[in-house]
Each structure stands twice: as structure tokens, then as C-alpha cells.
Design a protein around this ligand. Structure first.
Ligand code: ZN
Length: 311
């Protein structure tokens, strides 16, 4: 695993606060510049941009990140909670050694179901694609095929809709059908202008195998929500951390009991739902076999993250 952090140090006026006096601004600028001086010569901290009221840093590895967080403590007011983000990347070798992985999608080209989006306003009315809870609007059940603007897919093979449904091209859907991989079903997706006509150009990938709950701890969550009307629960994987007075963003990992392998298919969905209640969805967990298959298909628009197994 490699960690890269992105940090912005900003000494200008803050939104929603009274403007700084010129003396305050001068002090903050001096503080920011002093920090800059201390990191100038460091190999693992790259100064990506310096402007009249801020600079961007790119930090590689834990050691440099710790060092920077320490020297930034007296300047914590110059680093807002959205300006420190840590991203983890994994080598092919690391990912190739894991029996199951978290499948993430990197494009969201397809709009939502035409009726839900344009006419129903996600209320779950009589003609909507899903039954929804009247209180929290969580999707409870899909009741018909999706009707979308299929042109938005372009030449892509995989895309999410705005509502996180997984959409495949007809080409990929057919190859998947013939692959022998397990744990899914395919549902036609129609062009909203001529539903149910001819061969569908797109398919919705629906994970049918549901995994048992994640192992928690060590998996950590935050932002848990529960609807008192339908009982739907949702959450986020923990990503909020503090280093002294500095709040920063870093995703944490997903863990399962190792017995999960006895019930896992090639495609699975998690018991847990993630996101805000009204737009909450399970995550997709795939097998190493499915991961290799996806790579062999030369498909873009996705990535995987490790899932770790524990006793
Ligand atoms: Zn509800």
C-alpha cells in the first residue's frame, strides 16, 4: 500500500467569517511561509503550487505525513477539514493476493430512471422504478426495469447511475453471462423513449448473493442513520480522523470473518447499506476470479480495494 496525502494551506479570508485585519493576515502568511521553508528540502513532500493566499502539498508515505501534521499544529486554523485528504493505492501484486475485493466504480455517466428523475422526484410513486419508504425515501424494492437515456453510456462497458445502479453494455453483459461467474442476475435497461422494444442495449447488474455482516471491529463505521418507519439502516465506512487539532479524510478498510469465503459467490452485495438513507446502497464485493475476469475484459471505469479476512 502506498499513501499519498494532499494538503492545502490557506491564509486568506474564510467563508462565513469576518475578513481578517491586515495584521492578522500578515501573521498567518508568515506562519504559512515559515512552514513552507521547513519542508522545502524534504524529498517526500512536493510543493505542488504556491499562490498569493495558499499552497498545495503532495505528501508521500507515513513518515512525511506525520512530520507535516506535527509542524502544522500551530497552523491548524489554516487547514480546513476538507483540505487534508489521504489516498491509498495498492499494487497489482497486493490486490492479486486477496480472495475477495471491494468493487468501486469510477464513472457515473448514466442518469437515473427517467420517471424517477424527471417526474416522480424520487417519491416512489405508482410509476416509479422502486418502492420507497414514504418517510426516508430509501429504496425498498425495484418493481420494474429501468428506463434511462441509453445514449449517455457512450462506448463505456460499466457505469453507475446517479442512484448507484450498476449498468453494463450489452457486450459485457453477454460475456459475463457466458463466463460461468456466479452471484448475479441481469435485468434489461430500456431507452426511456421506446421501452421494451427490440434488444436492450444495456443491462443492470444485480448482485443476488448477500454476504453476512462485516467484521466490526476491525471495520469501523461512522454517520450511522436509521429510519424509524421502514427500519432501513445506513452508514459510512469511517473516514474522519484527527491529528491533534487537524481533522482529515482517509478511508479505512473493510474486514470480514474468514468464514465468509464459504458463502461468497463471484459477485456479492453487502448486508450493510452505505450513504445517506435516501440514496443508500450496499457495496459490491467480488472474488479474485471476478477481478481477473474484469481485467481480462479490458473494461474501464472501475477499481478495487482490499477486503481483509480475520479469524
Ligand atoms: Zn424509511
Amino acid at each position: 500500500m502506498k499513501k499519498v496525502a494532499y494538503v492545502t494551506v490557506y491564509w486568506g479570508d474564510e467563508y462565513g467569517k469576518p475578513p481578517k485585519t491586515s495584521a492578522e493576515k500578515a501573521l498567518d502568511e508568515a506562519l504559512a511561509k515559515e512552514i513552507l521553508k521547513r519542508i522545502e528540502q524534504l524529498r517526500n513532500i512536493k510543493i505542488a503550487e504556491v499562490s498569493f493566499d495558499h499552497y498545495h502539498l503532495e505528501i508521500t508515505g507515513d513518515e512525511a505525513f506525520c512530520f507535516l501534521m506535527e509542524i502544522l499544529q500551530p497552523a491548524s486554523h489554516l487547514v480546513s477539514h476538507t483540505s487534508v485528504r489521504v489516498w491509498r493505492t495498492y499494487s497489482r501484486q497486493e490486490l492479486g493476493a486477496l480472495p475477495v475485493l471491494l468493487w468501486r466504480f469510477t464513472n457515473q455517466a448514466i442518469e437515473d430512471d427517467w420517471y424517477d428523475l424527471k417526474e416522480d422526484g424520487y417519491k416512489g410513486g405508482a410509476k416509479a422504478s422502486h418502492k420507497r419508504c414514504p418517510a426516508c425515501r430509501a429504496e425498498l424494492e425495484q418493481v420494474r426495469d429501468l428506463l434511462v437515456d441509453v445514449r449517455k453510456m457512450g462506448k463505456r462497458d460499466v457505469s453507475l447511475t446517479y442512484g448507484f445502479e450498476v449498468i453494463l453494455s450489452a457486450r459485457l453483459a453477454q460475456t459475463l453471462q457466458e463466463s460461468g461467474l456466479t452471484g448475479f442476475t441481469l435485468r434489461p435497461v430500456w431507452d426511456y423513449r421506446k421501452p421494451n422494444q427490440g434488444e436492450p442495449r444495456l443491462f443492470q447488474l444485480i448482485m443476488t448473493n448477500v454476504l453476512p455482516p462485516m467484521a466490526s471491529p476491525p471495520t469501523e463505521f461512522e454517520g450511522e442513520q436509521r429510519c424509524g418507519v421502514c427500519g432501513t439502516e445506513s452508514r459510512y465506512i469511517k473516514h474522519t480522523h484527527y491529528w491533534g487539532r487537524i481533522r482529515y479524510y482517509e478511508e479505512t478498510s473493510v474486514y470480514y470473518p474468514k468464514e465468509v469465503l464459504e458463502t461468497a459467490a463471484d459477485f456479492n452485495r453487502t448486508t450493510e447499506r452505505f450513504g445517506d438513507l435516501s440514496a443508500s446502497d450496499p457495496y459490491v464485493i467480488i472474488s479474485q476470479r471476478a477481478y481477473r475476469w474484469l481485467r481480462e475484459q479490458n473494461v474501464r471505469g472501475w477499481e478495487v480495494e482490499p477486503v481483509y479476512l480475520v479469524e
